[in-house]
Design a protein around this ligand. Structure first.
Ligand SMILES: C[S@@+](CC[C@H](N)C(=O)[O-])C[C@H]1O[C@@H](n2cnc3c(N)ncnc32)[C@H](O)[C@@H]1O
Length: 313
């Protein structure tokens, strides 16, 4: 299942199982990335299934258009954010999809390209914007946020227990010279935190890099906005699969899925039910789905992956 283009799709078999692709179906991949899921969906829904792939990263769109060119008119890849999918579907003339998938976070292509600044292991400018046409880079955030804001960001999005020490070290260092590249940040974090069992297993700057990336790309906000209109994207019986890599993301997905699957969704203070007690969706994954040992061994990036799926009623 390894993608020949360098990004190995996570939980691919499970995603395909829950999407139940079929000929003639219409599918949306809101994080098309390297096109790993997209190519598999097109194969599974052959000969007439169609796929609309969306990514906010212009490089990913270019590369994946080329990769999927052999599928001809069955595929369309456009640049955009998944929070805006309803408008994108309208522009492409799609009323509803039979399946929508999101695979959150960063791709191996993005991590591997030093000039994108996503990786502490590669020297490059501290950028981290998935869409380089606008927004603030990681360096701009690091150089301008208040120390207390840095603590909050690193603690919450990085789930980093040494957030206070790291933020202090960042503020001290930027007083001498502003942050410009990944090496400066990796070094600053490494020298600010004590050597623990954890820091021998993963690089001490892993969590800080993750936190900055999520803040630069407003990743939690994107997910929230997507969830606000997710059910409007699907036709009856349409399926939604979301793969997340962070507990804050998974919590949002889990809560929203649970809410949609409830019988009555009226506020507690209402004396009588007005929603007719009809669930909006059926959960296909009662419990979260994690990669098996084999996949975790083969692909370390899959270790924190969690999949949830539903069917619209
Ligand atoms: C983990 S990769 C997806 C890999 C893909 N499933 C595959 O099989 O190749 C995540 C992709 O989502 C994109 N992305 C992240 N946030 C996005 C957003 N809000 N809207 C659109 N694309 C986004 C990233 O640019 C990246 O290319």
């Amino acid at each position: 299942l390894r993608s020949h283009e360098g990004h190995e799709p996570v939980l691919l078999e499970e995603v395909l199982k829950y999407l139940e692709c079929r000929p003639g179906g219409r599918y949306v991949d809101g994080t098309v990335g390297g096109g790993g899921y997209a190519a598999a969906i097109l194969r599974e829904s052959s000969p007439s299934g169609r796929l609309l792939g969306v990514d906010r990263d212009a490089d990913a769109v270019e590369r994946t258009r080329r990769r999927l060119a052999d599928f001809g008119e069955r595929v369309q890849v456009v640049q955009g954010r998944f929070s805006q999918l309803r408008g994108i579907l309208d522009e492409c003339g799609w009323t509803a999809a039979g399946g929508v998938v999101l695979d959150l976070g960063v791709s191996s292509f993005q991590l591997d390209e030093a000039e994108r600044g996503f990786s502490f292991a590669r020297e490059g400018p501290l950028d981290m914007r998935m869409d380089r046409s606008g927004g603030r880079s990681a360096a701009e955030l690091l150089n301008t946020l208040e120390e207390s804001e840095l603590v909050e960001l690193i603690r919450r999005l990085g789930e980093e227990k040494f957030a206070r020490r790291i933020a202090r070290a960042v503020v001290e260092r930027r007083g001498a010279e502003p942050f410009e590249n990944t090496g400066q940040l990796a070094e600053t974090v490494a020298s600010a935190v004590p050597k623990t069992a954890d820091s021998r297993r993963i690089h001490p700057a892993t969590r800080t890099f993750q936190a900055l990336r999520m803040a630069v790309n407003r990743e939690l906000e994107e997910l929230e906005e997507f969830l606000d209109s997710a059910l409007d994207l699907l036709g009856e019986g349409g399926r939604l699969c979301i793969v997340s890599f962070h507990s804050l993301e998974d919590r949002r997905v889990k809560e929203r899925f649970k809410y949609w699957a409830k019988g009555c969704r009226c506020p507690r203070e209402w004396p009588v039910c007005r929603c007719e007690g009809r669930p909006l969706a059926k959960l296909l994954t009662r419990k979260v789905v994690r990669p098996g040992d084999e996949e975790r061994g083969r692909n370390p990036r899959s270790r924190s992956a969690r999949l949830r799926a539903l069917e619209k009623c």
